[in-house]
Design a protein around this ligand. Structure first.
Ligand code: ARG
Length: 590
């Protein structure tokens, strides 16, 4: 409703003889309890009118009514001017903008953004936390694409370090040559199994040493297993062939396993970075920082940055023995990523336990004078918990991603068959549908919550066909599709409804019209949560619409019927497009 802004500026010029910037005119959706569709907040204008808010609103309202054809009525509530807009305006908007194929798409904005997400360690399978990470990373990428960015999705795999040696060593000692083929285990689960075995055996050694009189700290340091793992890490870094080939073999197992999980989650990447290639990066950056006086060296030769003036503390950037710490690598990797892609923005999707790390990382890059550091953003997210007793893994701590996916699909199967919805489906279509519903439930439940918030994943609630859930929205979509098929709907031929719009028809147009703005809001916030909730509102509204209007199929007037079917079709289109940004499939039948 951009015309309101320009017409209100004209009104102000006319009434108060002053040119005002567009930003002075603040327009909101009219609240449900008042009459009208658009509301002007007049408080900022009273500075110019030098009159009370009520008086100002009334004067502007009167001006708009007599000068602007599409403004038909107004009412004033304190400093709010509620405007009624002519139905013909909304009908035109529906026919000319919303029905057009390009509706809800943005042209390229000429900007490139990198989204780093997933970034697992290769010593164990993915868990529930990774699931939130992957879904968020994927959907933010899709959201930014839809908003006109050129998006590069990257995965920085942590495939080196002591944690990897632990799995390798345990496999060497107790594996008896076990492979994914021989054990029937998914590769990442097999490797994870040995990581757990290492931990158990290591704990036994610690207990034994403590029984002999060692302190906890000594025992942890001196246990033969950890010594051996450290030894292995050294050998690996010196290029020891046996260790390197063991590492390669086990890593292949892990990647094969991860790929299955990624495929099931429906996420993908344009580029993989591996820490085994990047761990030496960042040392040049340390030298640069020393030269620029941003870093300083302590007596033991360790390198630090003093961030006390920024409200943080002193931070180590290189150990005394010259080896890297986590942030050293990230400094180098940030630089390499930028050299590789020259992106305008770079998003790191990483859990909030690393908030401090990213704060420091970005601050250091800024202090080093990297122009591009302004474009870095940590998309931080909170933990995901499960209700007690639900799907906890054998160790009782982490929820395995593959088990979770499997159980979601199983629940979707149960629920759907219980409702008898798929009795006449061919067998393969059924399986496809259960997968779409199960994953739709999981994805929607995790994505409708603001990333920053910690969340409690409730599988039973997520898969309910009623309420703010993925399956409810999916079901609404399928319902619309079957309605369109029954009505033999052909295409989006413009059809002005004759006579007056029903209130619920107007509501539908208004809700649909908001879609591009909702995409923009979500993209700017780097968060799909508001988009998810918008889609829920749309699905809910469609159900109300469908309930309130006379049966479409039986509608006599061709014009009215076509108009209402157009509303249905666009609701389905918007749900489908929005859900696919969330990584969720909208089945045609359910
Ligand atoms: N692999 C790390 C972990 O599992 C996350 C890496 C995040 N990305 C980064 N550039 N530091 O905790």
């Amino acid at each position: 409703m951009n015309f309101i802004i320009s017409e209100t500026r004209k009104a102000i010029l006319e009434l108060y003889k002053e040119e005002v910037a567009e930003s002075v005119i603040n327009i909101q959706e009219t609240r449900k309890e008042f009459e009208g569709q658009a509301t002007i907040v007049v408080f900022p204008i009273t500075k110019i009118s030098k009159k009370s808010p009520e008086r100002t609103a009334t004067e502007i309202g009167e001006y708009l009514i007599s000068h602007v054809e599409n403004v038909t009525k107004f009412n004033v509530v304190k400093g709010f001017l509620n405007l009624s807009i002519a139905e013909s305006y909304f009908l035109d908007q529906f026919n000319n903008q919303i029905l057009a194929p390009a509706f809800g798409t943005f042209p390229s904005n000429g900007k490139k953004v990198m989204v780093e997400y997933s970034s697992p360690n290769t010593n164990k399978p993915l868990h529930l936390g990774h699931v939130r990470n992957n879904l968020l990373g994927y959907s933010v990428s899709e959201l930014l694409k839809a908003y006109g960015y050129d998006v590069v999705k990257v995965n920085l795999v942590n495939d080196r370090g002591i944690h990897i040696c632990k799995s390798m060593l345990a496999w060497q000692k107790w594996g008896n040559g076990e492979t994914p083929e021989s054990s029937g285990l998914k590769g990442d689960h097999l490797v994870g199994k040995y990581y757990v075995i290492f931990d158990k055996e290591y704990k036994k050694e610690i207990e034994a040493l403590k029984a002999e009189g060692s302190t906890e700290e000594e025992a942890k340091k001196n246990a033969p297993l950890i010594r051996e793992a450290q030894h292995m890490l050294l050998a690996w870094e010196q290029g020891d062939e046996a260790v390197v080939s063991l590492w390669k073999m086990m890593n292949e197992w892990v990647y094969a396993g991860f790929n299955i999980t990624y495929k099931n989650l429906g996420v993908d990447f344009d580029k993989f970075y591996y820490e085994s290639n990047t761990y030496l990066l960042g040392k040049d950056t340390v030298d640069e920082g020393l030269k620029k006086g941003v870093f300083f060296k302590k007596e033991d030769s360790s390198v630090w940055i003093d961030l006390t003036a920024d409200g943080l503390d002193e931070k180590l950037v290189l150990r005394a023995d010259g080896t890297s710490v986590y942030i050293t690598q990230d400094l180098g990797t940030a630089e390499m990523k930028h050299d590789d892609f020259k992106m305008d923005e770079s998003i790191y999707v990483v859990g909030n336990e690393q908030d401090y790390h990213f704060k420091v990382l970005f601050l250091i890059l800024e202090k080093l004078g990297k122009e591009w550091a302004k474009g870095l953003y940590h998309l931080s997210y909170g933990m995901v918990d499960l209700p007690n007793g639900k799907m906890k893994s054998r160790e009782g701590t982490v929820v395995d991603a593959d088990e979770l996916i499997e159980s979601m699909v199983a629940t979707a199967r149960e629920k759907t068959e219980e409702l008898g919805k798929t009795n006449d489906f061919p067998e393969e279509d059924k399986e496809e549908l259960y997968k779409n519903i199960g994953l739709g439930a999981l994805k929607y439940f995790l994505l409708k919550v603001e990333p920053k918030k910690r969340l409690l994943f409730n599988p039973a609630e997520s898969i309910d066909f009623q309420g703010n859930t993925g399956p409810f929205i999916q079901y609404t979509h399928a319902r619309i599709k079957s309605l369109l098929a029954k009505a033999a709907y052909k295409s989006e031929i413009q059809s002005p409804a004759s006579g007056q719009l029903l209130p619920v028809e107007l509501e539908m147009i208004l809700q649909l019209a908001k879609y591009p703005a909702e995409l923009e809001i979500a993209a700017k916030a780097y968060s799909p949560a508001s988009l998810a909730n918008y889609l829920y509102e749309l699905a809910k509204l469609f159900n109300k619409f469908y309930h309130e209007i006379p049966p479409i199929v039986k509608t006599e007037e061709a014009d009215v019927k076509q108009f209402r079917l157009n509303l249905c079709k666009k609701a389905a289109d918007v749900i489908n497009a929005g859900m696919s940004i969330l990584g969720i499939t909208s089945p045609e039948r359910m």
